[in-house]
Design a protein around this ligand. Sequence first.
Ligand SMILES: [Zn+2]
Length: 60
Amino acid sequence: MTAESEAPTSTRMVITCHTAGCPSEGIQYVAAMYPNAEAPVWSAMCAGCEQLVNDIVPAA
Ligand SMILES: [Zn+2]
């Protein structure tokens, strides 16, 4: 990670919530995201259960 001088570019990521009982459980959402400067690099809050989603992978 040596891109300090570069403008951040969004990346299409697939976000999947795995919270039991969540209305969005197991549903894959694609969103344009910006990596965080600090870990976790990728983080998102599920719209269904408002829990942090840790299953975030680059979209194919
Ligand atoms: Zn959820």
